[in-house]
Design a protein around this ligand. Structure first.
Ligand code: VNL
Length: 392
C-alpha cells in the first residue's frame, strides 16, 4: 500500500505541473419509467462542459463516474455511493432523482465529508439529513403552496392524488395548506402506490366525488403521461374536472406523447422549456443544436445545468484542488442571476435552492404543446417548509 502511494507521488512529481483531475460520482436513474432523469442530467452535464471547458484552469480536468440506481431503491443508491467514495475516490457526489435514494446517501456524505449536489430529490427534509448536501433542484413545497393559493381563487372544491412516498406527502400537505388558507374546501385525498400504479380505480373515485379540480403529483416521466391518459380516458376532463399540479405532471419532454389531453392543464413550477427569458432561449437553442430539433430539456436538465455551473465555480476557485469544507463554503454563497429558470441562489443557512415559481398552462405554440408561463406567482422562494420549522 505504502509503496503504491510512494510510486504515485513519484510519478506525479516526474510529470512536473501535474494535471489535476476532479472526480465526480453520479448516482441517478437511467432505467425504468423515470429513466429520463439520468438521460437529462447526463446530457446537461456534457453540454455544459462542452460549452465551458475552456474556463477551467489549465491542466484541470473533470472526470465523471456514473452509476444507475434503477429507480427508487435506497439500498442500491447507498451501495453505489459507497463504492464511488471508497473505491473510485470521488471528491464530489451528484445527481439523485428519488428522495429515498438521497436520504440513504446522506449519512455517507456526512461520514466521508463529501459534498452531495442534488439535481432532483425534492422532499423538503432531505437537505437537513447532512451538512454536505446542497440542492439545485426544487422542493414540492415551493410549487405546491402557491399552487394551492392560486387554486383557491379559481375553485371551491379540490381533490388531491399523490404518489405514496415522501415527496407526494409534501405535495399533498403543502397544497392543502395553500388551498385552505385561501378558503378552498378539500373534498378528498388519495395516495397511490409509487411503483407500477394503475390509476383507473383512483381516478374513478375522484370522478365520483365531483371536485372542481384534481391536484396530482407523481414522479415525472412516463408516469406523468399515464396519469394524463387515465384522466382523459375515464372522462374526468369531460366531467369538467380541472387537472392541476406541480410541473412534474406536464414535464416538458413528455408533452408530445401526452397529446391534446394535456391542453389547458395548469401547473406551478420553477422551469419551463417554453420560457421566453433570453438565458432560457440560449439554453434551449444550444440543447437542440446538440441533441436534435425534437429534443427538449426539462427541469431535470436545468437542475443539472445549474449544478454543473456551480461545480465549475468551485473547481475554478480552488484551482482544481478540491477541499470539501471550502467547496461547501463556496456552494453556500452560490448565486446565478441568469439561470435558464431565472435568478437562483443557494440559501447559506439551509443549503437549499431559492428560486421563482411560475404559473403555467399547456397550450399549443407553433403546432407543439408547451408549458406557457403566464405569470410569476412567487419570487425568490425559500423552501416554505423550512421557513415554517424556523418559526416553530
Ligand atoms: C422526486 C420528486 C422524484 C419529483 C421525481 O421523479 C419527481 C423525489 C423521479 O423527490 O423523489 O418528479
Amino acid at each position: 500500500m505504502k509503496r503504491i502511494a510512494a510510486l504515485a507521488v513519484a510519478s506525479l512529481m516526474a510529470t512536473g505541473a501535474a494535471a489535476q483531475t476532479v472526480k465526480i460520482g453520479v448516482v441517478n436513474t437511467f432505467t425504468g419509467p423515470q429513466a429520463m432523469f439520468g438521460d437529462m442530467t447526463d446530457r446537461a452535464f456534457k453540454l455544459y462542459q462542452k460549452l465551458h471547458d475552456k474556463e477551467l484552469p489549465s491542466g484541470v480536468k473533470l472526470e465523471f463516474v456514473t452509476r444507475d440506481d434503477g429507480g427508487p431503491n435506497p439500498d442500491k443508491a447507498r451501495q453505489l455511493a459507497q463504492e464511488l467514495v471508497v473505491r473510485d475516490r470521488v471528491q464530489i457526489l451528484a445527481g439523485v432523482a428519488f428522495t429515498p435514494n438521497a436520504m440513504a446517501m446522506a449519512p455517507l456524505a456526512t461520514e466521508a465529508k463529501i459534498p452531495l449536489i442534488l439535481t432532483n430529490a425534492g422532499t423538503s427534509v432531505v437537505t437537513t439529513r447532512s451538512p454536505y448536501i446542497v440542492r439545485f433542484s426544487f422542493t414540492l413545497w415551493q410549487s405546491c403552496v402557491p399552487l394551492g393559493e392560486w387554486a383557491a381563487k379559481k375553485f371551491k372544491r379540490a381533490y388531491t392524488l399523490v404518489a405514496d412516498y415522501a415527496p407526494g406527502q409534501d405535495a399533498e400537505v403543502a397544497f392543502a395548506q395553500g388551498f385552505k388558507a385561501g378558503g378552498g374546501e378539500l373534498v378528498g385525498s388519495v395516495r397511490v402506490p409509487l411503483q407500477n400504479p394503475d390509476f383507473a380505480p383512483y381516478m374513478q373515485r375522484v370522478k365520483d366525488a365531483k371536485p372542481d379540480a384534481l391536484m396530482v403529483f407523481v414522479p415525472a416521466g412516463k408516469t406523468s403521461t399515464s396519469v394524463m391518459k387515465t384522466f382523459a380516458d375515464l372522462g374526468l376532463a369531460a366531467a369538467g374536472i380541472k387537472l392541476i399540479g406541480p410541473g412534474d405532471i406536464t414535464t416538458d419532454e413528455e408533452l408530445a406523447n401526452m397529446g391534446d389531453v394535456a391542453l389547458g392543464v395548469t401547473t406551478v413550477f420553477h422551469y419551463s422549456a417554453a420560457a421566453e427569458r433570453p438565458a432560457n432561449r440560449r439554453f434551449v437553442e444550444a440543447w437542440k443544436k446538440e441533441y436534435g430539433a425534437n429534443a427538449t430539456p426539462n427541469f431535470a436538465a436545468v437542475a443539472a445545468w445549474d449544478a454543473m455551473a456551480a461545480i465549475f465555480h468551485v473547481v475554478k476557485e480552488q484551482n482544481g484542488k478540491i477541499d470539501s469544507e471550502r467547496t461547501m463554503e463556496l456552494l453556500k454563497g452560490y448565486r446565478n442571476a441568469d439561470s435558464p429558470r431565472g435568478p437562483i441562489a443557494i440559501d447559506p443557512e439551509t443549503r437549499d435552492i431559492v428560486q421563482n415559481e411560475y404559473l403555467r398552462e399547456v397550450r399549443r405554440v407553433n403546432g407543439q404543446l408547451a408549458n406557457v408561463e403566464l405569470e410569476t406567482v412567487a419570487t425568490a422562494v425559500k423552501d416554505p417548509w423550512k421557513e415554517m420549522q424556523k418559526k416553530k
